[in-house]
Every structure is written in C-alpha cells, then in structure tokens.
Design a protein around this ligand. Structure first.
Ligand SMILES: NC(=O)c1ccc[n+]([C@@H]2O[C@H](COP(=O)([O-])OP(=O)(O)OC[C@H]3O[C@@H](n4cnc5c(N)ncnc54)[C@H](O)[C@@H]3O)[C@@H](O)[C@H]2O)c1
Ligand SMILES: N[C@@H](CCC=O)C(=O)O
Length: 487
C-alpha cells in the first residue's frame, strides 16, 4: 500500500486571535488537571508507588503540575520482563504511528509543556509539531528500520514531547518493545502521551512507562542482561557512562548491546565580514536565548570577524536587552524560566566564571519572580580558550569572540570537544565552501540560525557525502543527519 509523502506539521500562527483563544483554552483545561497522581505502566498495569516524583511549574514554584510514581530496581526488573514478554507478539505486528491522535490535542500537549517545562507558547508549539513530525516520519520509515529487539529508551527533559516521542515511536514502529525511562522533570507530559498510545490501540506491554532516578533505575536497565538496544539522548557525561556500562557483558547476556547516544553541544555561529548583519544579530539572539539556551543546538559562542565585531556586539546587545523574561504562561514573553534549581546553580556558576573570563555586557543575574528566572547574559571579548567558550552551559549565556579572519573563526569554532550544530553567516561563497569542508559539526547551516532542525524535510539542493561522525554526537537515528544547506 502506498503512503502519502511526508509533510512537516505547520506551526501555529499566534498572531491570529482564534489560535490564541484556542491555546488559552487548552491552558485552562490543563490548569484544571494540575496536581493529579500518575502511575507507572508496566505490561499495561498501572502501578502507584509510595515514593513519588513531584513535578512543579518552573515559572511558579508553588504550583504542582502532578505527582508521578517513582520506579526502583524491582519495578525496572518487572518493566524489562514485560517488554521481553510482549516482544514475542509485537515483533510480528506492523502498526502505523497514529499522528492524528496527537494532532487533535496539539495545544493541550503544548500547554502541558508551558506549565511543566517553562516553554514559551511558540517553543512548546514547535516541540509538539516536531513530535507529530516524528510520528509521521517514523510511520513511513518503519519498513527500513532495523531488526526488532527490546529497547531501553532514555530521553532528556528539554524536548519533553518531541524527543521522547521520537525515540519511543522510532522503536515501536520497527517492532521493538520499550522500557521508557523518563527524565523526572517532565514526566507528567510523558504520562499524558502514554494515554494517547493507549487510545491509539497500542497493545499492553509494548511501551512500559518507568520514571525514576537515572543513577538507580537507568543504570539498572542499561546493565541488564536482557537489554539489547539503548536509545539515549542527554548529556555527554551520562551518554558516555551509559556507553561504558553497556559495553560490559552481564552474566547470562547473549547479545552485544547497541547504544545510540545523542549528546550535548557547544555550538558556534560565525559571522563573516560580508554578511547580513541584521539577520545574523536577530538569529544569534534567537539561537542563544530561545528556551533559555536549553537546547543541545543552542548558540553559546558568537564568533565575529574583527571588521564587524563592534557593530555586531552593539546589535546583539540591543536585541538581548529587549528580551522579556517572565512566566511562560503568557504569550508575550521571549524567555521563561530555566528548568530547576540545579540548572540555576550551574548556570549562575558559569556566569561567575564568565565574569572572570570576559567582559559582562548585559545580564549576569537572576530574573524577578517566583520562578527559576535568569537574565539573558552576554560576555564580550572572550578568549577562545576560556571555559565559557568550550564547555556546555545549557543556559542563557552567550560569549562573543573576535576572529582575525575567516580561517581563524573556523579554528575557534572547532576548538571544542563537541560537534553538534553550527551556522555561518556570509555572502562569500568560497568561505561557505570552506566551512562545508572544515566546520566540524553534525548539522551545519548557512545564513540561518543553528537551532530548529526540521525532521526529514531537507532543503539541500543536492546530497553531500557524509563525513566521519563527530566523536560526541551520534545522530544515526535522526532523519536530519548531516544536513548542510543554503537557505
Ligand atoms: N544531541 C541531541 O539531540 C540532544 C537533544 C536534547 C538534549 N541533549 C542534551 O541533553 C542534555 C540535557 O538533558 P538532561 O539534563 O535531561 O540530560 P541528562 O544526561 O542529565 O539526562 C538524560 C536522561 O538520562 C537519565 N540518566 C541520568 N543519569 C543516568 C545514568 N547514570 N544511567 C542511565 N540514565 C541516566 C536521566 O534521568 C534522563 O532521563 C544536554 O547536555 C543537551 O545538550 C542532546
Ligand atoms: N531539535 C532541536 C534540538 C534538540 C536538542 O535539544 C533543534 O534542532 O534545535
């Protein structure tokens, strides 16, 4: 049977009153459901536990989003046995991903993300659209995917719908069964998604829902003799630990475990002497401060040709100072809160480091309000060897670095152990060609921001050969692998 071609889910136009009203209504509906209890789901059975994960609204710390049951090693054992048991029947069934069920509740899922993850309306809408894209994409890709096995899926909290859905659905459409070990911060959104899978008619035991601490439940699953495939997205530190643990053979283990680990980034935008500076400035600000810089793809290093450095610094500073930081519940914000207290501490530590390594131009402190707000922060004249130029901060902190020429800019961009995304703004074709060869990243963009990779939809005029994979970014399951385009 033929399938219709993949089409990217359109984003919501919030300038339309009807769309704003529909989103407001979804927020109100979700607010009426706050504070509920959510069970684990193992082999289709709901399991409530004594210990619970309390999920709170990072924009408003006294608001509880929900209480989610907390897995432990015994429950992890049950979940893996359920996945192995169900695998025997599921591997013979070829289901379709039912994107329509999620599409009908689009705003509702986005509303959960506004409240639980602190995403702005626009960022939450894009996350939901990407989740729908993954359902559509993997529904079509199922026949090309690997031999089925029981899988462990470990997503991060920062794309609480899109990445969790992408990792889970890419597994199940190919006939795998899944133990889904969630990030605790955003487990209510995932609990809502479990309801959708149930409604779509997914048999019990195909996806087993297991929130719980990474060090305890995650490591137990990864080391289990029956775990055969681990799909992980998260920090480099945890990804490398999982890779190491999975490489050790457990007693009774028959198969060599396979690990897909998509990890962190330290991403640069290069602005050349000949470039559209207005566009570059606006998009540096979006890439650096959209969702508070809490994207693996976020720009945290702006590398600027010396001839346009002062102009760019002035433009980016002005735009940064205009950003409105406030609770994510309101449409008219540019930045909501960061996700939790740990994130606040880590980011504020980096800001203190930045004060010693560069010149603080704007920001540098906590934002106002009863939430995890941090001001968008810009450091200028940062040395390429500075820590804030090399380490992933995962927050709203941007370093400006001056380059002598284009080759120097590329060398600064590549001066990191990460290799995830990067952009070049230039009108010089030979510089773009050079970047195409020498900029060491997984996703490279020309004259476009470095966040917001579209699943499956390539705008490249022609395919370009794939280079050796960067050491800390394995995107092998991602449909957007190594896209280099002019747009
Ligand atoms: N490359 C990508 O596509 C991509 C996408 C999104 C996020 N990220 C990265 O993810 C990070 C932010 O997400 P995070 O804070 O959730 O990351 P994290 O590594 O702290 O956690 C990711 C997941 O791993 C689990 N975990 C933690 N310790 C574990 C252990 N010892 N064993 C097994 N599982 C364990 C967590 O509970 C969570 O579910 C950033 O570094 C970001 O760059 C990468
Ligand atoms: N898909 C997102 C990155 C996900 C990581 O956090 C982007 O391309 O900006």
């Amino acid at each position: 049977m033929g399938v219709t071609p993949f089409r990217k889910e359109p984003l919501t136009d919030f300038s339309q009153g009807l769309n704003r009203a529909a989103f407001e209504a979804a927020l109100s509906r979700v607010e009426n459901q706050l504070g509920r209890d959510y069970p684990l789901i193992i082999g289709g059975e709901e399991v409530f536990t004594e210990k619970k994960i309390s999920s709170i609204n990072p924009s408003q710390l006294d608001q509880v989003i929900g209480y989610v049951a907390r897995g432990d090693k015994d429950l992890a054992e049950k979940a893996i046995q359920a996945a192995v048991h169900t695998f025997e029947s599921w591997k013979r069934v070829a289901p379709e991903a039912r994107a329509d069920i999620l599409r009908r509740r689009k705003h509702q899922f986005s509303a959960w993300m506004v409240l639980e993850a602190g995403k702005s309306w626009v960022e939450a809408d894009a996350d939901t659209a990407e989740a729908i894209d993954f359902l559509e994409y993997y529904g079509r890709e199922m026949i090309r995917l690997a031999q089925p096995v029981p899988r462990i899926v470990i997503p991060p909290w920062n794309f609480p719908l899109a990445i969790m859905v992408g990792l889970t659905v890419s597994s199940i459409v190919a006939g795998n069964t899944v133990v889904l070990k969630l990030a605790s911060n955003t487990s209510v959104i995932a609990a809502q998604f479990m309801k959708i899978l149930n409604e779509a008619g997914l048999p019990e035991g195909v996806v087993n829902f297991l929130p719980g601490p990474g060090g305890e439940v995650g490591e137990y699953l990864v080391q289990h003799s029956l775990a055969r495939y681990i799909s992980f997205t998260g920090s480099r530190e945890v990804g490398l630990r999982i890779n190491e643990l999975a490489a050790k053979t457990a007693p009774g283990q028959k198969w060599i475990k396979r690990v897909i680990a998509e990890m962190g980034g330290k991403n640069s935008i290069i602005v050349d002497r000949e470039a559209d500076l207005e566009q570059a400035a606006a998009e540096i600000v979006r890439s650096a401060f959209g969702f508070c810089g809490q994207k693996c793809s976020a720009c945290s290093k702006a590398i600027i040709h010396k001839d346009v450095y002062d102009t760019m610094l002035e433009k980016v500073t002005r735009l940064t100072q205009q950003l409105k930081v406030a609770p994510a519940r309101n449409l008219e914000i540019d930045m909501g809160p960061v996700v939790d207290e740990r994130a606040v501490e880590k980011i504020m530590d980096y800001i203190e480091i930045g004060k010693k390594e560069g010149r603080l131009v704007t920001g540098g402190g906590r934002g106002k309000g009863n939430g995890y707000f941090i001001q968008p922060t810009l450091f200028a004249d940062v040395d390429p060897e500075a820590r804030i130029c090399k380490e992933e901060i995962f927050g709203p902190v941007l370093a400006f670095v001056k380059a002598k020429d284009f080759d120097h800019a590329l060398a600064i961009a590549n001066n990191t152990e990460y290799g995830l995304t990067g952009s070049v703004y230039s009108r010089n074709r030979s510089h773009l060609e050079k970047a195409r060869d020498q900029f060491h990243v997984g996703n490279l963009y020309f004259n476009r921001k470095c966040t917001g990779a579209p699943p499956a939809a390539s705008t490249c005029p022609a395919p370009i050969p794939k280079p050796a994979a960067p050491t800390t970014c394995s995107n092998s399951l991602r449909p957007n692998w190594y896209r280099k385009c002019f747009d």
